[in-house]
Design a protein around this ligand. Structure first.
Ligand code: M6R
Length: 612
């Protein structure tokens, strides 16, 4: 939450900063600001509202500076207002800072500084950091070239919580310092220039070479040089990593919204995720090197994640249990980390995170590792924080996902988890080989079948027009279709603001059916041929209470009083969610559009939740 951008080089900084912020706006959009150094003086322009407001601020176009920092905010401490917007300056105006994260001990630090005579104008934790830097700077009587860096380092050592920081100073007008702890930040290396951002896509059009900082590593940037330091201020060497993502991935490329583009990119994303792992022989995972002895010893698996990623985990429980005969529990990361889960060195925990930066997921990973479990991270973002913590990291290759509502990341995660289940199953030899081979063949068919689902969306658009004014909806399913109903319901809630619930079809009559009344829309997914009859009889129960039914199915089901039936191609049930979620994603998208809402940036939400 919150996006930060920085530039140092010989180009005009302001347009680069604003373009970067625009690309990061999905991380927060209640205020925005920039600070540059012009004629050895810090100039700050900031206000409440979206990044586009920045361009209207007086004098912003006249800034010629070639060094600057910028921020788009998702409020944590202090309401959205000009005072609380970043960048913040210290009381004397020597430093400007932008911050993504949360400082947990800011009250304590603020009281301390107040007693020392410091004054604050905002309610933010960030203003405390910049004044702490001022304090250490003024305390330091040495006048060497590391004085600025020492002040930043000393301040950081006092902070508890998470932070990605960029700091500039009119005492060192040709320098910038960046540092991170538990919040994302990447440095792009250009030719005699550097770009900094919260994530790769924001600056991918300028460079493909990136530095990734570990916690408490400090980058001291000048125009054509970057030096890296550890917490003892010893210089350390870091190498760049080349990123292969297409910079077009971060553009709308003719689509009205990123979400629609990303929905349509699913066939490609699934194809890339499968890559060369499936060929005529066994499924291959060079990253994993697990032996049969190790896998046989596993007594329990957890799959831990948040939101949509957790729903991908719920889908996959079924395939792991069926093919590997290992008990699997799926848990929400924020619950898992505080419930003292039963973990030992025979436990395997898989963490899923599109961004690789979700605070709860990373904390849950650290916990399991500390208790001796092996950990695998599945993420979409190369070099993300989670990959630095996990024993093994596996990348989905969905390409940048910009819309807040996750779509192609989900289908790639479900595909990747199925591949891992098959990889384990082939080593363990506990499942029927024919079953394994059928699923392998079907995985290879997924990209083309996803294309089929996307070919004609007119029926879904019609349905959206009919139901977009509704206040409540229900999503039903059994088995993996239940997991899909939870994800369909989440998509609808987050971008259309319509209240909805996902239920296991058989559970409905244990309470929620009381909410079904004449005209209420119920969306049922049916992809398991063994459960068709039971699912249909649950649907009849709601039809007889007046509900309007939309069925998404790959089975040969007759229309028995349904409002609409959306047919999708048949595929093995275990991986059917990769296809059955697509109509539900599209339905949410078109409903949100009908309602005239901001599809890509729904209210109160940010793309990656880097705070607890
Ligand atoms: O980056 P992550 O996969 O860890 O994010 C987890 C959730 O915050 C995310 O899936 C969220 O639920 C999406 N907005 C759902 O569309």
């Amino acid at each position: 939450m919150c996006g930060i951008v920085g530039y140092i080089g010989d180009k005009k900084a302001t347009p680069i900063l604003i373009q970067g912020l625009t690309r990061l706006e999905y991380r927060g959009y209640d205020s925005a600001g920039i600070a540059v150094i012009e004629n050895n003086k810090i100039e700050v322009k900031k206000d409440k509202g979206r990044v586009s407001n920045l361009t209207l601020l007086d004098g912003i176009d006249n800034l010629e500076a070639t060094i600057g920092i910028a921020h788009t905010r998702w409020a944590t401490h202090g309401k959205p207002s000009k005072e609380n917007s970043h960048p913040h300056m210290d009381m004397e105006g020597l430093f400007a800072i932008v911050h993504n994260g949360i400082i947990e001990n800011y009250n304590e630090l603020k009281n301390d500084l107040t007693q020392k005579g410091y004054k604050f104008i905002s309610q933010t934790d960030t203003e405390v950091i910049v004044n702490l830097i001022n304090y250490y700077y003024n305390q330091d009587k040495n006048e060497d070239e590391l004085k600025f860096l020492r002040a930043v380092k000393n301040a950081c050592m006092d902070l508890k919580g998470s932070f990605a920081l960029e700091i500039i100073s009119n005492k060192e007008p040709e320098k910038m310092i960046v540092v991170r702890k538990d919040s994302p930040l990447v440095i792009g290396k250009g030719n005699g220039e550097s770009y900094i951002a919260s994530d790769i896509p924001a600056i991918l059009s300028y460079t493909r070479d990136f530095y990734f900082l570990n916690d408490y590593e400090f980058a001291y940037l000048s125009r054509n040089n970057i030096k890296f330091y550890d917490t003892n201020l010893n210089e350390i060497k870091k190498e760049t990593k080349a990123i292969e993502w297409d910079s077009k991935g971060a553009e709308k490329d003719g689509y009205e919204h990123f979400m629609l583009k990303e929905i349509n990119e699913q066939p490609k994303a699934i194809r890339e995720t499968i890559g060369t792992r499936l060929n005529n022989s066994k499924v291959s995972f060079d990253e994993l090197s697990f032996t049969r002895e190790y896998l046989e010893e596993i007594n329990k698996m957890y799959i831990v994640a948040c939101g949509t990623a957790m729903h991908a985990g719920l889908v996959s429980k079924n395939i792991f249990e069926k093919l590997c005969k290992i008990p699997v529990e799926v848990d929400i990361a924020s619950e898992f980390r505080y419930r003292d889960p039963l973990i030992n060195n025979k436990t395997l925990v898989i963490y899923i995170s599109q961004s690789g930066e979700t605070a709860d997921t990373i904390a849950a990973l650290k916990l399991a590792k500390a208790k001796g479990a092996k950990t695998i991270a599945i993420t979409n973002v190369i070099g993300s924080s989670i990959t630095r913590e996990a024993d093994y990291s596996i990348y989905t290759h969905a390409g940048p996902e910009i819309a807040v509502a996750s779509t192609k990341a989900y289908t790639s995660q479900v595909t990747m988890l199925a591949l891992i289940a098959l990889y384990f199953a082939e080593i363990l030899e506990r499942a029927d080989t024919n079953k394994i081979n059928t699923i392998k063949e079907d995985i290879l068919k997924l990209p083309n079948k996803a294309e089929e689902v996307l070919k004609d969306t007119s029926e879904i658009q019609e349905v959206a027009k009919r139901i977009y004014k509704e206040r409540d909806m229900f999503f039903l399913g059994r088995g993996v279709d239940y997991a899909v109903s939870l994800e369909g319901s989440l998509k609808l809630k987050e971008i259309s603001y319509i209240h909805s619930e996902g239920y296991a079809s058989g559970e409905l009559k244990h309470g929620p059916i009381a909410l079904i009344d004449i005209g209420v829309t119920v969306i049922a997914t049916i992809t398991n041929k063994d459960l068709v009859e039971k699912s249909i009889s649950n649907i009849q129960e709601v039809i007889s209470r007046g509900a309007k039914i939309i069925v998404v199915t790959n089975q040969n089901i007759e229309n028995k009083g349904f409002d609409t039936i959306i047919r999708i191609p048949e595929i093995s049930t275990e991986i059917s969610p990769v296809l059955s979620i697509i109509p539900l994603q599209l339905l949410s998208y078109y409903i949100s559009k009908e309602k005239g809402l901001d599809v890509d940036k729904p209210r109160n939400l940010a793309k990656s939740v880097t705070v607890e």
